[in-house]
Design a protein around this ligand. Sequence first.
Ligand SMILES: *Cc1c(COP(=O)(O)O)cnc(C)c1O
Length: 237
Amino acid sequence: MTTSTSPTSSSSPLTERLAAVREGVADAARAAGRSPAELTTIVVTKFHPASLVRELAALGVRDVGENRHQEAQEKAAELADLDLTWHFVGQLQSKKARQARRYASVIHSVDRFSLVDALAAREGEGDSDLDVFVQLNLTDDPARGGVADRDLEPLVEHVLAAPGLHLLGVMAVAPLGEEPARAFERVRAASGRVRSLAPEATSISAGMSQDYREAIAAGATHLRIGTAITGNRPELR
Ligand SMILES: *Cc1c(COP(=O)(O)O)cnc(C)c1O
């Protein structure tokens, strides 16, 4: 968006990208007849250093997202002095669930019974409730993460029966090769099915850098936006 050569704190590329996305989100909300205040923008900071998260916090960002447990755990520890809400948005191994619970306020990727059981509070534990989304797989590829459409209701019921978990709603990633608007209509329909079991679970976590406008039009409440704000991710080696 900008290749400014004089990055001052008032107009750095990061500041400008954040402002552009905030404006884009507000515009898309109004275009959909919704209030921007209904939307939570989570800045996905995976692969970026903790220092970038600190810059974002200085610019007013409170919700940050990560998709790898170890990286998230390290950053959350390093930035414990900031009042951030950590959202875990990636695939989570059941054996890491207890640890993720300690730093994450919200897990967006609950997609199987074993993970629900691992995240559930144990008897006598004083942990506060953990907010979760049930992730829906919009592809036919189980490796993409998410529960298959036909298994959505049993998983939702399992979450509702688990101690210490609070179901916010449904989460999804639009598949490559499908119009995002169409994919998000499927998510909206799934959200209706979730609400018929859990009327309070009205949230929809959907929309990334390339498709947040379509997601907002389809009712998304939680946007997970990375590169449009952070810039390109450093190469993974
Ligand atoms: C990386 C990631 C995002 C953000 O993607 P961008 O295209 O960089 O906005 C959102 N959701 C999940 C699950 C991710 O892994």
